[in-house]
Ligand binder design. Structure first.
Ligand code: VAH
Length: 315
């Protein structure tokens, strides 16, 4: 059985549905600290409230439900993390350490934990950032992601726990709302374009960031987890890439469908976070080791986002 922790989040909702399609609804237990997300409620699969910080409770669930795979998606993202650093560090790290120990003790077969391009900092070469390079994160979120990657590698080397991880770019989706990310402007822009034909962006117009449509991110996660263990050469986190774009370019892509859409820019504290991240990522190792290949570019994503948000908003 598979356990999803943080199943109500931006990635969690979609990963839960995708895994249920593959493994069967009743074999994928969704858990979250909040009440069940409406999309999961509608899916009618197994759900439990679970606080990832409650070591005893998590251990009980994993042993009693004979869990063989765990996806730990609970985390405090970059922008929110900067508002309460020690709280964010504590949640991001203690949740991971709890799960590493519990998975080790219960001989869980596979463990997934997401990292992020936020692990990189302003001293990292920003163009086509290589898999192995200078990594000096300057946000709490980024520090916790890089530290977490090192812990994952330690549990693989020391205990043989089959841990896999990806450095996701900014993820764009419409099903489940994001929570406190610096890249989330790229979700809001589509919603505002449909609702008001105008958007005020909290990043400057030429802020290039590595981005990915959620469909690609979910497929990458599953393809990574299903690859034979001997193909996984990297037991920290794989660089993962599909495209890079700026707010200006998203606006241009939207204008192809909503010609009178207008945008203005009011950069806030999140500009400094975005400026510390790479502009583009080299994911050659993911392509070589487990045949990664993205499918969505900006214009294809724009069509899918506008279409689905229109339906969701009943427009
Ligand atoms: C964030 N969406 O903005 C996340 C992601 C690369 C960005 O890690 O914090």
């Amino acid at each position: 059985k598979i356990l999803i922790i943080g199943a109500g989040g931006q990635i969690g909702v979609e990963l839960t549905l995708a895994l249920r399609d593959i493994y069967g609804r009743n074999n994928v237990i969704a858990t979250d600290i909040k009440e069940e997300h409406p999309i999961l409620k509608a899916d009618n699969g197994p759900f439990m409230n679970l606080d990832v910080m409650d070591f005893k409770e998590v251990a009980k669930v994993i042993s009693h439900q004979n869990i063989t795979q765990v996806y730990l998606l609970a985390a405090i993202l970059s922008a929110t993390g900067e508002s309460k650093p020690i709280w964010a560090w504590d949640i991001n790290m203690q949740s991971l350490l709890n799960l590493l120990e519990i998975c080790r003790e219960n001989k869980v077969k596979k463990f997934y934990w997401p990292s992020s391009i936020a692990a990189f900092g302003s001293t990292t070469p920003g163009n086509n950032t290589p898999q192995h390079t200078i990594v000096e994160p300057t946000t709490v979120y980024g520090i916790s992601k890089y530290a977490g990657e090192l812990w994952c590698q330690y549990y693989f080397n020391r205990y043989g726990l089959d841990i896999r991880s990806l450095r996701y770019p900014g993820l764009i989706s419409w099903k489940s709302a994001p929570g406190g990310g610096t890249t989330d402007y790229a979700i809001d822009i589509y919603i505002e374009a449909l609702k008001k034909k105008h958007f005020t962006c909290f990043l400057a117009e030429d802020t290039y960031l590595p981005m990915m449509y959620m469909n690609d991110a979910i497929r990458a996660t599953i393809e990574l987890m299903e690859a034979p263990a001997d193909k996984i050469k990297n037991r920290m986190a794989y660089n993962l890439s599909s495209m890079s774009f700026s707010p200006k370019e998203v606006a241009e892509s939207i204008k192809k469908h909503i010609p009178d859409f207008t945008i203005d820019y009011a950069p806030d504290f999140r500009q400094q976070i975005a400026a510390s991240w790479p502009q583009s990522i080299d994911d050659t190792e993911a392509r070589t080791d487990w045949n990664w290949k993205p499918e969505f570019d900006l214009d294809k994503m724009t069509v899918d986002m506008l279409e689905n948000i229109k339906i969701k908003l009943g427009l």
